[in-house]
Design a protein around this ligand. Structure first.
Ligand code: SF4
Length: 203
């Protein structure tokens, strides 16, 4: 018998491998899009549409939080976003990312509890670019808080297969994490130079 599982989807491409794997493991994944971190609004709409299209293509039920929450996101992360965090990113990750994971995983656990899902997981565990261990701790904390189970799997094992699947399905593939800060870090030459200078000084 298959067991229903709430699958938080950060986007369409990252959902390809986890959806396949969960089905192989006898789960029936149901998608849930909650990503108020994404900037700008048009990008958020595009990622939401891609997630919805993916779910339709693979015959998966899908829910989404349709409110764009830029202001709330900024209120949460701005207190920790300073120049130092942007340039150094301490242990390899930004302080703001912990806040971003917490908000999203908290809402996923809450949605699971309020909608009779016993278990949830997230496509964030497919990404090679996130702080995997931190996300795991956060997901476990909110699972406990809301009385649901967090299903852990290191979906990074299917990294290349996931990329291939997303290409086969013709999904839009973004090239930065999501927030306005990650967009700047990805495309700003000035920021790249500032980082290089900082790390040269450190040596
Ligand atoms: S870089 Fe990604 S995980 Fe970190 S705050 Fe921005 S959107 Fe969230």
């Amino acid at each position: 018998m298959t067991e229903k599982i709430l699958l938080h989807m950060c986007c369409g491409p990252c959902a390809c491998w986890p959806t396949k794997k969960l089905r192989e493991e006898n789960f029936e994944p149901v998608g849930f899009f909650f990503n108020p971190n994404i900037h700008p609004h048009t990008e958020w709409k595009l990622r939401l549409k891609t997630a919805r299209d993916f779910a339709a293509k693979v015959g998966m039920n899908f829910f989404a939080d349709n409110h764009y929450r830029l202001r709330e996101f900024l209120e949460k992360v701005l207190p920790v976003v300073d120049e130092a965090d942007t340039i150094q990113f301490g242990d390899g990750f930004h302080k703001r990312c912990g806040i971003c994971y917490s908000w999203r995983l908290c809402e996923v656990a809450r949605f699971a509890a309020e909608n009779n899902f016993k278990t949830f997981t997230s496509t964030l565990f497919y990404s090679r670019h996130q702080n995997h261990e931190l996300m795991k701790k956060i997901a476990e904390t909110f699972a406990k808080k809301f009385g649901v189970n967090f299903f852990y799997e290191d979906f990074r094992a299917g990294w290349q297969e996931g990329i291939d699947l997303s290409r086969e399905l013709g999904l839009y593939r973004q090239n930065y994490c999501g927030c306005i800060f990650s967009e700047e870090e990805r495309f700003s030459n000035d920021l790249r130079k500032a980082r290089k200078k900082f790390f040269t000084r450190q040596r």
